[in-house]
Ligand binder design. Sequence first.
Ligand SMILES: [Zn+2]
Length: 486
Amino acid sequence: MLKTFDFEKLPIVEVVNEILYDAAKRGASDIHFDPEEEEMHVRIRIDGELINYTVIPNSLKKNLITRIKIISGMNITEVRLPQDGAIKQTVKDQNLDLRVSSLPTNEGEKIVIRILDYSMSLKGIEYLGFSERNFKKIEKLINIPSGIILVTGATGSGKSTTVYSILQKLNRVETNLITVEDPIEMNITGINQVQVNSEIGLDFASVLRSILRQDPDIIMIGEIRDNETARIAVRASITGHLVLSTIHTNNSLNTIERLLDMEVERYLLASALEGIISQKLARKLCDKCRKKRATTDYEKDLFRKVFGMEVNEVYAAVGCPECGNGYKGRIALHEVLLITQEIRDAIANNMPKDHLRTLVYNSDVNTLLQDGLEKVINGYTTFEEVLKLIELDDDVDDVRMGSYKYDLNNALEHVGFTKTNPINVAEINKVANNNAAVDNNSLYKNETITQPSDNITNQNNVNNSGQPIVNKTTEEDLFDTQILDI
Ligand SMILES: [Zn+2]
């Protein structure tokens, strides 16, 4: 349903305020003002997808653009060149922090407003949807005094949210924490943040060289984009600094390869690299209307391959007045790799790619596919979302290569077979035992199915040693607002 405004009565200032306020309130990440021949279309991006929001008559188009340019500090007389601006203002009860960009198109200026929402970064790393197992690895990683930690993913994968959450955790009076960013998306008290300004030659590499003379303990580099930045980052991390950065790659393995392509010295990378956190964002199922459905043969087969177990039901998106299309908010899928000595040796000794691949996926790592499918079983997202995000062939191969050691007890614990879980544990138990007997071809027969079944019947909130299972991915904890990205 398109939003309508009474343009006769409402001054343009109010129209702009209402659009900004309403979009932010709906959890939109961006607002697009698209000039067209007849009128101006306004779309908003919610949970990663653009939807039509309203239409502005052509007679008001110029006033509206002028108003946005004024409040974002742009030059209103310049219409032929792209411009950038920012808006910080409070509309009603909302504190808005917006980045504005204009682009001259053949139909006039197109404006895109990015709505920065720090709520997830401020909540803390505990609330980013890491599985319990991955969260433990993150805790280990961020306590390392020096080395390099990379957060990887495509644009819009929530890398910034993860990085800012880690920074908040590391932000202590005893540490000198300096960042170099483009742009600075969130101001954090206690941290020295430097904005790159390429117009005056202040690029990542030059800021980094200066930072190293500023007695830093922890350095955050917004993004490793070029060879020089990559080399300085690695050198900084082997000289006793903890370096945190992001890089535009898909998974752990690609990240190592990409860094080597960037002419980072192998032996330095081998000793510097500590961990890689890869992530993607899936739309999160609305818990008000999600509905169970039976799994298809294809899905069953994939669950068998990945977890070595039978999954007969998953949740599907339905749609209700609360969510519209069955999804509300987003949830991150993660792959967290801690660099082992074997992986270091393989990097340093220039081992073939396949060897490195085997080592990476043989280590204690859950691939994005495995993490995604766990979240499907948990009812946080759908099978379709995971398939849309992950190149299946690659990932299934990775699982095979790695002779995935995901035993059934672990699977159940990590997948969180708690009271909210739809799956009948006794059923899985039975199937698993049957599989062990009949499925000689299973790649996982040794890893997944030989666990004693007694333990698995314990399905509520304690694990086998009687410890409470803290399931980090509880409903309200997960992404329910838009995600930042660099
Ligand atoms: Zn719903």
